[in-house]
Design a protein around this ligand. Structure first.
Ligand code: HXC
Length: 521
């Protein structure tokens, strides 16, 4: 009996030794180097991200079988990536976390296979995929096998798009073709000072364009959060990045067949906010911060803003209303008067499509003077890009509610989820102005002759502007046509929205059968 125990224990010990080997990755020195760069290890990150005791690693013993360029002497169990499943706030996820201490987290055949395995499982089960990226890119020694492994992942990212949520966190290098996996996923979170993304690095850039830029300047978190819009969130450090993932997932369903999670809370659904009546300035040209309205409406004033520093003339993000997740799209009069330009249209269109793909209702807060004029916008395709937003709202079948708080001018009136493109309930505040254009521009067109021939053209123009505003600078003509469903007092907006989203809870709407649409890309 004892001998039997001894034999079994030996086998168990062997397992423990192998697991331990896998756990230490590239070894203490490289772990120390990782910490010196203010980066946590792959395992420390996953420990922070997942609920305690819920981590289940798989393929911990997988390794490459390459003998090229001395790789047979560099075998690391796990092959530089930790993959598995577990819970975040008691909800299942599948994860991968690249281990920079092993061959620089470089990706090759086994490393790629491990990631593909959890992606395939996540799609079958219907759970989100969270990828923590920290890698020197394709493992040079494994050549085309590395490239193939990347393409295997790109395919799965594409097939999983709109089926299960995919979140990428960039926590170190992410260069070359490797950037295209995160780019296909739904959200990218970058860590300040320690992460960067670029298709070609500073050295190649210097040779080709003679620009001298550091990695941070070329593709750091700040650049991608504000200039390119590649990153949706910026974290101060690894710990904050994990917190952002957790918060983001709390608004999102597990897959496209489920509803977002419901979070009952203490904030009264009939909370009346007297201040709300006075947020809009009396002068229609005076800016104000739309985020004040968003946060006042939200349960416990909590707003998770997405793409905070990019195309700030439109604001997008998640709130809860009466416990229900809602995606908010709001023009921002405090930046460029809230005009719709190329970047704002792209930013909002992508957000609308994400919410629609994952059954998250949409709330539009509208104060928009129109599309941005100018050669720069025209030559860079405001036509095609503005159409993206129109297309995204028009095709969306989730519950869609609009509140016009001030301006709804021109084509932008149509685009911002008007009733004509299937807005379900469209409200206006008494401060709304729904018209083809602002008063000054309008009278200069309609009354050009009268103004020119008047004894006092300036006085005449002022008189006509006053008349125009009396007639069109309000929501009542639109209300008379049923283009808005009701004019509401601002302070009651929260209760009305909660009632309206409750009403729309089981809404069914369909688009005609198609292989896929042809959104103007
Ligand atoms: C194999 C790699 C590697 C790679 C890094 N390492 N990148 N091994 N393939 N791609 C190894 C290093 O040899 C080193 O091993 C360890 O990882 C840590 O790297 P260091 O250079 O010491 O670290 P650091 O100074 O922080 O620099 C990190 C780095 C640099 C900037 C990422 O390592 C680098 O430039 N690597 C090459 C990047 C690259 O060109 N990748 C291919 C991109 S093309 P030791 O044993 O010394 O610890 C690509 C195509 C994808 O990815 C195509 C998809 C379609």
């Amino acid at each position: 009996m004892d001998e039997n125990k001894n034999i079994i224990n030996e086998k168990i010990n062997r397992l423990h030794q192998l697991k331990k080997l896998s756990e230490i990755g590239g070894g203490d020195k490289r772990i120390e180097a990782q910490h010196k760069k203010h980066k946590l290890t792959a395992r420390e990150r996953i420990t922070l991200l997942l609920d305690e005791g819920s981590i289940n690693e798989i393929d911990a013993l997988a390794h490459h079988h390459s003998t090229s360029f001395g790789l047979d002497k560099e075998i690391y169990l796990g092959d530089g990536v930790l993959v598995g499943f577990g819970n975040i706030n008691n909800r299942k996820v599948m994860f991968y976390s690249q281990d920079f201490t092993v061959l620089g987290g470089s990706l090759a055949e086994q490393h790629g296979k491990k990631i593909c395995k959890i992606m395939d499982m996540a799609m079958k089960i219907g759970v989100p995929i969270v990828g923590l990226n920290d890698s020197g890119g394709a493992r040079v020694q494994e050549g085309v096998l590395s490239l193939g492994a990347y393409a295997d992942i790109f395919l799965r990212n594409t097939l999983a798009s709109g089926v299960v949520p995919q979140i990428s966190v960039i926590m170190g290098p992410c260069a070359g073709g490797a950037v295209y996996s995160p780019a296909i996923t739904d959200f990218i979170i970058m860590v300040k000072n320690t992460s960067y993304m670029f298709v070609t690095g500073p050295k190649v850039v210097k040779t080709v364009t003679h620009e001298e830029l550091s990695s941070e300047e070329l593709g750091g978190a700040e650049v991608h959060s504000s200039k390119s819009g590649v990153a949706h969130f910026t974290a101060e450090n690894d710990v904050e990045a994990m917190e952002i993932v957790k918060k983001l997932l709390s608004y999102i369903p597990q897959n496209n067949a489920e509803e977002p999670p419901f979070f009952p809370n203490d904030d009264p659904t009939d909370r009346i906010d007297e201040d709300m009546n006075y947020i809009i300035p009396a002068n229609p040209n005076q800016p104000y911060d739309i985020k004040e309205i968003v946060t006042k409406l939200a349960d416990n004033n909590d707003f998770l803003e997405v793409h905070k520093d990019y195309a700030e003339n439109i604001v997008v993000g998640f709130i809860r209303l009466g416990g229900r997740s809602v995606g908010v799209i709001a023009n921002q009069p405090a930046v460029l008067a809230g005009v719709l330009d190329i970047n704002a249209s792209k930013k909002a269109a992508r957000f609308v499509r994400f919410c629609d793909a994952f059954n998250i209702p949409l709330l539009v807060l509208e104060d928009v003077p129109g599309f941005m004029p100018g050669s720069d916008q025209e030559w860079n395709g405001i036509i095609t890009n503005g159409a993206k937003l129109l297309f995204a709202f028009a095709e969306a079948t989730v519950p869609k509610i609009t509140v016009i708080v001030r301006k709804a001018y021109g084509g932008a009136y149509d685009v911002m989820n008007s009733k004509h493109i299937r807005g379900d309930l469209n409200y206006a505040w008494p401060t709304a102005e729904i018209a083809v254009m602002g008063a000054k521009g309008a009278v200069e067109i309609i009354f050009k002759k009268e103004i020119e021939e008047a004894e006092d053209p300036i006085a005449k123009e002022q008189e006509l502007i006053y008349e125009y505003n009396e007639k069109f600078g309000n929501p009542y003509i639109a209300a008379s046509w049923g283009y808005i469903d009701d004019v509401i007092e601002p302070k009651h907006t929260r209760k009305i929205l909660i009632d309206a989203f409750n009403l729309l809870e089981n809404k069914v709407d369909k688009n005609p059968y198609k292989k896929h649409d042809n959104i103007p890309l």
